[in-house]
Design a protein around this ligand. Structure first.
Ligand SMILES: [Zn+2]
Length: 258
């Protein structure tokens, strides 16, 4: 195991050196912040995540049982069944269930995108009230397609739109051999991470892993800040501008059925 990790780290380091060399060649050396942090806007996006996001995550490499136990422990707290994800992590930051997840537990995690969760719930007549086990079963089917697409590069016999939809249903979080900062322990395939070296997916995962990772006070959405504990409240709303990253895609078609 140690040999495997040592080799893996060696390989990753070699890759990063190679990447650095490439950046230098491209005249980009030093352009990216050495210790990128998630922006205030990014932290606000975290607070708009669907509360089922973690439940629909797929641990591809790591300890799926441990991960989902932590998720259920946090979600099982009274009064949080219909709450949003970020407030649960915040409310239970100090006390609450033990949620120490190591990088090995969440080495590679596929996190559903918010667009996809929205499409997934629309497949059922019951919409947002659809029981989680039904959503999970459907989610497994789509994730299988996502894996096939990743492996083969294309889903044969399906149109381009279908292929693109499946491609954007999950982001891939891969553990960094050394965390960049407390909110960035993974790399992500999303545009935000590619551009800024930080994203809402990595930050929310870091929050789940460690209760010390908190939303900066100046980024806390008002509703969340004044939210009474242990009382049900509708999902925190954001202004049109704040939610634009998830609503840019104005397409009206629905997720194709598997
Ligand atoms: Zn991301």
């Amino acid at each position: 195991m140690c040999m495997f990790l040592a080799n893996l780290f060696k390989h990753l380091r070699a890759e990063s050196v190679e990447h650095e060399a490439k950046l230098e060649l491209a005249g980009l050396h030093g352009k990216m912040e050495s210790n990128p942090h998630l922006s205030k806007k990014g932290w606000r996006f975290v607070q708009t995540f669907d509360y089922r996001t973690f439940r629909l995550c797929k641990v591809v490499q790591g300890n799926s049982v441990k991960f989902h136990k932590v998720v259920e422990d946090v979600m099982g707290m009274p009064g949080y069944e219909e709450d949003i994800l970020a407030s649960m992590c915040m409310a239970h930051g100090g006390g609450g269930p033990e949620r120490r997840l190591t990088l090995q537990d969440v080495w590679e995690v596929h996190m559903p995108t918010q667009w996809y969760i929205d499409q997934l719930t629309r497949l059922f007549d019951t919409g947002k009230n659809t029981p989680i086990h039904l959503l999970k079963a459907k989610n497994d089917e789509y994730h299988q397609r996502f894996m096939t697409l990743r492996e083969k590069g294309v889903l044969e016999g399906e149109g381009l739109t279908y292929n693109l939809d499946i491609a954007q249903s999950f982001v891939i979080l891969t553990a960094l051999p050394q965390k960049w900062n407390k909110e960035t322990k993974h790399t992500c395939i999303c545009r935000s991470f590619f551009k800024h070296g930080a994203c809402e997916h990595c930050a929310s995962m870091a929050m789940l892993m460690e209760c010390k990772v908190k939303i900066p006070k100046n980024a806390v959405l008002k509703k969340l800040q004044h939210r009474p504990r242990r009382e049900k409240e509708p999902t925190t709303s954001v202004t049109k501008d704040e939610g634009s990253a998830f609503s840019k895609d104005k397409r009206t078609y629905q997720l194709p059925t598997v």
